[in-house]
Design a protein. Sequence first.
Length: 54
Amino acid sequence: MSKRDKLIDRLLKRPIDFEYDEARSLLAKFGYKEENRGRTSGSRVAFVHWQDIL
C-alpha cells in the first residue's frame, strides 16, 4: 500500500488528529499546489490544481 493510499484511508476514518501537513502532502500527490497570495493573506491558503494554473 502506497503512502497516498495510507493517507486516504486515514482521512476517511476522520481522525481528530489529522494534521495540516498530512492534508498538504495528500493534496500534493493529486497535483495540487499550495498558494497564499498577497501580503495580508495571513494563514489563509488555497490549493490550486496544476492544470488550473496554465
